[in-house]
Design a protein around this ligand. Structure first.
Ligand code: DC
Length: 220
């Protein structure tokens, strides 16, 4: 039987990269829940809706056609927005809309529906605490803000998008604060999650550590 795996942690901790590799190894599907909040922020920007305007954001979500492809492609109302949602202003916008309870309720319901059959690895901020409260494997990935900013710079260079270290570090610190201090489902480690500090670990080391935990749980 395929289980669901929860991975949480602050922005740019490497959650998506690790989740992608794990998904391939286990033949599971990775669902990047941050990309869903980013899509909401992107559409709000396109329509000129303020990211604090809960009523109109919730209305907008109810008419939104969001297709999260298993390969990570994000199709919003028929348009491939996979790269556009990675821009720096959208990162902050996503953090802003994620404060809205109505937005969280709508996206959490979508996420739970997508992974109801098992075989998913979800990464986000509230996966272990809200979306997949009963997941048998919960990982909480952390890393220093500097290590995360360095990684994000390299990723952005690869993707050909803005890669200014100081701006990225500032954005990470600001989002960390906002994501951990919001009223609804703030980022926090679930009591039963295993914390992994990846600051000085290679991708392979992180993957191996989590694979051991997954195998142990599956054998039980
Ligand atoms: O993982 P990310 O950086 O792409 O996420 C963008 C923002 O979305 C992040 O600042 C907080 C929010 N988010 C959330 O509140 N809950 C999630 N499960 C995933 C992301």
């Amino acid at each position: 039987m395929k289980i669901n795996i929860a991975i949480d942690g602050p922005s740019a901790a490497g959650k998506s990269t690790i989740a992608n590799i794990l998904a391939e190894k286990l033949n599971y599907t990775h669902l990047d829940t941050g990309a869903m909040y980013r899509s909401v922020a992107y559409k709000a920007k396109m329509l000129g809706i303020d990211t604090a305007d809960e009523e109109n954001i919730v209305k907008m979500i109810s008419g939104m056609d969001l297709d999260m492809k298993p390969d990570g492609t994000v199709i919003l109302d028929g348009e491939d927005v996979s790269l556009k949602i990675r821009e720096n202003d959208i990162s902050m916008g996503a953090s802003n809309v994620s404060k809205l309870n109505g937005c969280r309720v709508a996206l959490v319901a979508m996420q739970q529906k997508i992974c109801e059959g098992g075989g998913y690895i979800l990464d986000g901020r509230d996966i272990g605490t809200v979306v997949l409260k009963d997941a048998p494997v919960k990982i909480y990935m952390v890393a220093s803000a500097e290590a995360r900013a360095k990684r994000r710079v390299l990723q952005n260079i690869e993707k050909g998008i803005e890669a200014d270290y100081d701006a990225i570090l500032e954005d990470i610190v600001k989002r960390d604060y906002q994501d951990t201090h919001r009223e609804h489902s703030p980022l926090r480690k679930a009591d039963d999650a295993v914390e992994i500090d990846t600051s000085d670990m290679s991708i392979e080391e992180v993957v191996d550590t989590i694979m051991k935990i997954v195998i142990e749980k599956m054998e039980k």
